[in-house]
Write a protein that binds this ligand. Structure first.
Ligand code: HEM
Length: 205
């Protein structure tokens, strides 16, 4: 079943590459400074690549949001209040218990339901909470003159930095879990093929 239109696939691959560059250069900058200047890559290069990747990521993010508003893809991200928590519980139970006992997926993929409840929640948190936060705080650090000087007596820039690094850490954890859960399709490589070819391979095959 065709689930990933070309624009989603192009957005996704660019987003994944950029996030990996941002994580690697971000970790590098965490352990270097102008004096002690090399960890994975040099400090100067890490700063340059981090800034360039961040700007491209911001434009790519605008494409993602616009695409979701204008195309039918946005509907997959809508969380309905009815039964959401109990459905989430069913999915968590499946991942922690049912799947090891050979049970069937509780929420098989259909054209109307591309994501299971856990995917939906994590994708909404990653794309509509974490990415806006990391982009806004990143812009605040890139243009420090725009950042509030003092918040409750503490440096506004420091608080922006702490929030930026914390969200960056959470996105890194998301990426690791995301890649793991993407191995849990019909076959370990099915979902990866889906995001490359556009076609989802269902369980029944
Ligand atoms: C780094 C390597 C990555 C790999 C190998 C990967 C793999 C995949 C795969 C196989 C899918 C299709 C399965 C599904 O629909 O759930 C997918 C979808 C998705 N991924 Fe990733 N991903 C990566 C990075 C990321 C990153 C960094 C983010 C966001 C911060 C992300 C966000 C998403 C979203 C939102 C979807 C659903 C897209 C849609 O159909 O609307 N992925 N990914």
């Amino acid at each position: 079943m065709y689930l990933y239109p070309v624009w989603v696939r192009l957005w996704h691959v660019l987003n994944a590459v950029l996030i990996i560059i941002l994580i690697v250069t971000g970790i590098s900058m965490q352990y270097t400074d102008k004096e002690n200047s090399f960890f994975i890559v040099s400090f100067q290069r890490a700063v340059k690549w981090h800034n360039v990747a961040a700007i491209i990521l911001t434009f790519n993010y605008i494409i993602f949001v616009t695409g979701n508003v204008l195309s039918g893809n946005g509907k997959y991200y809508r969380i309905g209040k009815k039964n959401f928590l109990s459905d989430l519980g069913k999915q968590l139970r499946y991942y922690s218990w049912g799947m090891f006992r050979g049970e069937k997926h509780p929420f098989p993929v259909t054209v109307d339901r591309k994501f299971n409840p856990l995917q939906k929640l994590t994708y909404v948190l990653a794309m509509y909470v974490a990415l806006p936060l990391i982009i806004i705080t990143g812009l605040g650090l890139m243009f420090p003159e725009t950042t509030v000087n003092r918040i409750f007596g503490t440096s506004g820039l420091l608080l922006t930095d702490i929030l930026h690094i914390t969200v960056g850490f959470l996105i890194s954890v998301f990426v690791i879990i995301h890649i793991y859960t993407c191995t849990l399709g019909a076959r370990p490589n099915s979902l990866f093929r889906g995001i490359i070819t556009g076609y989802h391979e269902s369980e029944e095959h």
